[in-house]
Design a protein around this ligand. Sequence first.
Ligand code: PAZ
Length: 342
Amino acid sequence: MPPHQANGLPAGHEADDYFHTNPPPKALSSHQSLAREFIQYHLENSPRRKVVLVTSGGTTVPLENQTVRFIDNFSAGTRGATSAEYFLQEGYAVIFLHRQFSLLPYSRHYSHSTNCFLDFMDEAEDGRVIVRKEYQDKMRRVLQQYHHAKDNRLLLLLPFTTVTDYLFELRSLAVIMQPLGNRALFYLAAAVSDFFIPRERMEEHKIQSRDNDAGGQGSGASRQLVVNLDPVPKFLSTLVQSWAPKGSMIVSFKLETNPSLLVSKAEQALKRYHHDLVIGNLLSTRKWEVVFVTSDGEERWIRVPKARRSKSISGVEELVGKAERKHGMEHVDLEGGTVTEG
Ligand code: PAZ
């Protein structure tokens, strides 16, 4: 029996309803063609290659159809972009479904940093533009990895903006990945809004701040904007039960701010959706520690020691990116003991 949602509808029905009543993103069919080509290429040319769908960044909730204002969340895509690099390093082909303009694998080292990219450059005596000496080694390494991924067609970048775009893309990609069977991995790090405004209730034009055309000020209360949001249907069960390839591995993330809720919410998600792994993290410590929670009741914390914490490097991704085999947590490389668990 499929799990039921709070409104009593089976999860699959609620999802169907959502896709019938909300419009698909304009780029969907071109993304579908790119994804089909990418998967076909790897099925034909590297029959053992595993393919991971990494989702990354925040989803917006538009308040108007011709969108001027929207609700957003904090996610910059650090987890997703960094993990994608580690998956590539482990030999995966990566479909990177990301929020437009969020961090991307490889370019993330330079794009959103506190330095403007021009600060990495210099002008040589002969007038050529070059990379500053102190950045050369790291940039060479990043460039080589980037070229390796590009030359071998290992990285497909697909952007989304709204929560509805994201869900259409996720459904399509999962179905397109079906021929991969157990060589497919889903790594769902995007911060997906739990609430949205259904198409039929969305304003077409920019919401006005005054009551009337005469420009009267109105009272404070009459000028308030009251936003009424519906819950986004829970798609994980439909992903597990019908969209994703049989035998694929599905890893979701759970973000909380209250430490006392994190593990129980992760366990609840596993019970409800029957997938493989939930990686839990807290907003304030997400760059230094995560907890792996599995359906067989295991709870395992991975922590980056204080000495290795910096603003720009999240050592956790290095480990999480290596958790690549089915139930493969025992394969996590602890980098000579510099990363602790407990
Ligand atoms: O993008 P980022 O690195 O700033 O944050 C990553 C994250 C906290 C969004 C991710 O690790 C996560 O928990 N995603 C799932 C969020 C949720 O819907 O519960």
